[in-house]
Design a protein around this ligand. Structure first.
Ligand SMILES: C[S@@+](CC[C@H](N)C(=O)[O-])C[C@H]1O[C@@H](n2cnc3c(N)ncnc32)[C@H](O)[C@@H]1O
Length: 277
């Protein structure tokens, strides 16, 4: 089982455990409409998914764009194996080429794709602007890029909790130490413009879960966001950022926000942009 891989100057903070694969699947399924509405590519178009992971977004991509010729790449061979199995199980008719590759040095000729889709990957890269410029190289002039990223600064909840806010802040610090940026969503638009894209448009897509939507509170607040924070517990303690008791209290308080009477807010940023002619 792969547990870590390097991403240039850093380490992929979430790792590759079975638990993380389940979390990515929960996240993609709970947010499918929120993230994928408005994204559909014509049959026959050549689409690249950069950093497909275990295929959690891939199944939604191909089900909304039947007939596309999708190429999905990731650094992790084990994740690609899981992605292949996931897509075969839920969309057996989909034509997907799976490639192990670093999206910062893609083994494709210039202008090889009509569209690029990248979700929750730029936040793990030490130089997301260079990565976006590299993705532009393989996009044909006039082709589109869609990028989706979160921003942990958009997380607020009720009942409020200093311990929960601190636990989230520790995750942000650890991701930065691994070369990433858990606050990337707010600068996604400027990054695309700096990387040479035109017609950059960014739409905030907000998740708000409360007692009226207990399924969303479970799937997003508890099984996606809180699980992600909880996964860095040992690292945060080892780094001296928190005591075990304080971290556990923060996680327990996030669980309260997912429970009866609790509320949770988070904003994703979905950007589309065009490679200039
Ligand atoms: C948080 S996961 C997101 C996976 C998927 N896009 C999703 O939304 O479920 C980030 C993925 O990016 C991959 N990744 C990180 N750096 C990469 C790089 N330089 N090239 C290709 N993949 C990379 C990791 O291996 C991991 O599978």
């Amino acid at each position: 089982m792969e547990t870590t891989t390097t991403t240039g100057s850093g380490r992929y903070v979430h790792g590759y455990s079975g638990r993380e694969a389940r979390r990515l699947g929960d996240q993609a399924d709970a947010l499918a409409a929120l993230l994928h509405d408005g994204t559909a590519y014509p049959a026959g178009s050549r689409v690249l998914e950069a950093g497909c992971g275990v295929g959690a977004q891939t199944v939604h991509l191909v089900s909304r764009s039947p007939g596309v010729r999708l190429t999905a790449v990731d650094l992790s061979g084990a994740s690609l194996d899981q992605a292949r199995a996931r897509v075969a199980a839920s969309c057996p008719e989909a034509a997907v080429e799976w490639r192990r590759a670093d999206l910062r040095d893609l083994p494709f000729p210039d202008a090889a794709f009509d569209h690029v889709f990248v979700c929750f990957v730029l936040e793990h890269l030490p130089d997301p602007r260079a990565a976006l410029a590299g993705l532009r190289r393989v996009l044909r002039p006039g082709g589109t890029l869609t990028a989706i990223e979160g921003d942990h600064g958009s997380a607020f909840f009720h009942p409020d909790s200093a311990h929960a806010r601190a636990a989230i802040a520790h995750q942000v610090v650890l991701q930065a130490a691994a070369g990433g940026d858990a606050l990337l969503g707010r600068r996604l638009g400027p990054l695309l413009a700096e990387a040479g894209y035109a017609r950059v448009g960014v739409v905030p897509r907000t998740v708000y879960a409360d007692g009226a939507r207990p399924d969303l509170a479970r799937a997003f607040t508890r099984d996606t966001f809180t699980a992600m924070v909880e996964s860095v517990r040992d690292e945060a303690v080892a780094a001296g950022l928190a005591t075990p008791a304080d971290f556990d209290r923060g996680v327990a308080d996030l669980h309260r926000a997912a429970g009866p009477g609790g509320t949770f807010h988070y904003t994703f940023f979905k950007a589309t942009a065009v490679n200039p002619q």
